[in-house]
Design a protein. Structure first.
Length: 55
């Protein structure tokens, strides 16, 4: 009789864990996008400097 209770308990915990992972994943995605924008700006600046030196 205790089997169904043991089966349902981990599922509830897993659901909560997934929610937390989703939230942290969204935060990570935002940080990754910000880092990508920063890297893009640095690359753009480096390309401008390189074209200035070439010209």
């Amino acid at each position: 009789m205790s089997d169904p209770v043991e089966e349902t308990r981990p599922i509830a915990g897993r659901g909560k864990r997934l929610q937390v992972l989703d939230m942290s994943g969204a935060c990570l995605k935002g940080a990754r996008l910000r880092r990508a924008n920063l890297a893009g700006a640095i690359l753009h600046f480096a390309n401008l400097r390189a074209s200035d030196l070439r010209g």
